[in-house]
Design a binder for this molecule. Structure first.
Ligand code: UDX
Length: 437
């Protein structure tokens, strides 16, 4: 079986490498020549655990190729569409230009043997429109959304919770082709659900909307907890023990960022409005607002602590939108740096992987190469991303190399008692402050 993957970003590069690792002859196509050049050498253009090994394995075995020529997708049994659907400039809606361009460029290379499988996150109704575009070629189209999380992308692709196929009614051939592609995953008993296009598209956006809502729910509780002196982390533990609620995705803190949740909930709502049902998803506006308010709150807390010690220097630990990623798209941590800098504060930041990406996104930010350099001259330490490296820090050692005696923990990730015992005041989000012992 021959596979082509159009778009080699987070989704496509991982999918192409995963397909090659399953033994398929795979070609990844991307318009970005520099990215293709790196991928050809087996180097991912972004940080993702496990991906370098997978890429190199495929490239060295000769089963995985990368090209800028879409013509090389000709003859593929399945062409996966994995291009981005970013937020449209000046609007909340998704920009489908890359998806449309990918399909248009494929048209001359499709035959009635070809199956296009869309993976990109798209507004409901897109697959039906694309199916009409490809119909004259005789090719088939399925929507096969992807649920991968950055940091776990390889695992989520090769061992997903479920496979979802959106197909046209009665299109058993496309179902059979996808079953062949995913045979080894299905053989492990992975659930596979076959449905229509619209439902498959909605599965993806509603899953993301639910996750975002869960995070904002607990962050709304954090806002109230701050007002009444309660502890949101204990609250999350207690309600999370109810199996109907569950503890996962109930970590209060700086909230969600990244290339998916923020833009996907906005696009979902924009699509509902286009469909005349904006009221059904009106709550997502609140979800977005709660999420963004946490960044202001964190910046406010840092400002308050700076004022208390008469300083203006912040040591920021973490810039990526979440640990195990170098992605700073819509990163809460980076946003806090922006707010603080706008307020005239001097921020020195460190992130284990996001130095380059953050530097490109915020060239004015002073980014250093170690925790030590970030905190040495700080008046207040702030934690923006809960990397394991930060959880493992020895507060006694940090205390010995900086004059700062306050840490604002934007992810409620540090052991407050340990930091307190080492002489730090610990300020979390949605929980009572712990004074230095
Ligand atoms: C998400 C979805 O999880 C994935 O299924 C979809 O395919 C793409 O979008 P991702 O963006 O990689 O994946 O990150 P995720 O692990 O979902 O975290 C999103 C954000 O929420 C991060 O900024 C994270 O720090 C934050 N988060 C997560 C919380 O603030 N609290 C939590 O309890 C969990």
């Amino acid at each position: 079986m021959k596979i082509a993957v159009i778009g080699c970003g987070y989704l496509g590069a991982v999918h192409a490498a995963a397909m090659a690792s399953l033994g398929y002859e795979t070609v990844g196509v991307d318009v970005d020549a520099a990215k293709v050049e790196r991928l050809r050498r087996g180097e991912p253009p972004f940080y993702e655990p496990g991906l370098p090994e997978l890429l190199k394995g495929g490239v060295d075995a000769g089963t995985l190729r990368f090209t800028t020529e879409v013509a090389e997708a000709a003859g593929a049994d399945v062409v996966f569409i994995a291009v981005g659907t970013p937020q449209l400039a000046g609007s909340d809606a998704a920009d489908l230009a890359y998806v449309d361009a990918a399909i248009a460029s494929l048209l001359p290379h499709l035959t009635e043997r070809s199956l296009i499988a869309g993976k990109s996150t798209v507004p409901v109704g897109t697959a039906r429109r694309l199916a009409e575009m490809v119909a004259p070629t005789g090719a088939s189209l399925a929507w096969n959304p992807e649920f991968l999380r950055e940091g776990f992308a390889v695992q989520d692709t090769l061992a997903p919770d479920r496979l979802v196929y959106g197909v046209q009614r009665g299109d058993d051939a496309s179902v059979a082709t996808l079953d062949t592609v995913y045979a080894s995953i299905l053989a492990r008993g992975t659930e596979r659900l076959v449905m229509d296009y619209a439902t498959a598209e909605l599965v993806k956006v509603s899953a993301n909307a639910f996750l975002a809502t869960k995070i904002s729910f607990i962050n709304a509780m954090a806002e109230l907890a701050e007002t009444v002196g309660a502890d949101v982390t204990q609250l999350a533990d207690a309600i999370g023990l109810d199996a109907r609620i569950g503890r996962r995705f109930l970590n209060a803190g700086l909230g969600f960022g990244g290339g998916c949740l923020p833009k996907d909930i906005r696009a979902f709502q924009a699509r509902a409005e286009e469909l005349g049902h904006g009221e059904a998803l009106g709550f997502l506006r609140e979800v977005d607002q709660i999420n963004l308010r946490r960044r202001d709150r964190m910046a406010w807390l840092v400002e308050r602590e700076l004022a208390a010690v008469g300083g203006d220097r912040v040591g920021m630990l973490g810039l990526a939108f979440k640990p195990d990623s170098d992605d700073v798209r819509d990163s809460p941590a980076l946003d806090v740096c922006r707010i603080l800098e706008r307020g005239g504060r001097r921020v020195t930041a460190y992130d284990p992987q996001a130095r380059e990406t953050a530097g490109r996104s915020m060239p004015t930010l002073d980014i250093v190469g170690s925790v030590e350099d970030a905190v040495r001259h700080a008046d207040v330490i702030a934690l923006g991303t809960e990397w394991q490296e930060f959880r493992d820090l020895d507060p006694e050692r940090i205390g010995a190399l900086t004059g700062a005696r306050v840490v604002v923990d934007g992810r409620n990730a540090l052991d407050a008692q340990r930091w307190s015992a080492a002489g730090f005041k610990v300020v979390g989000l949605g929980r009572p402050e712990v004074e230095a012992a």
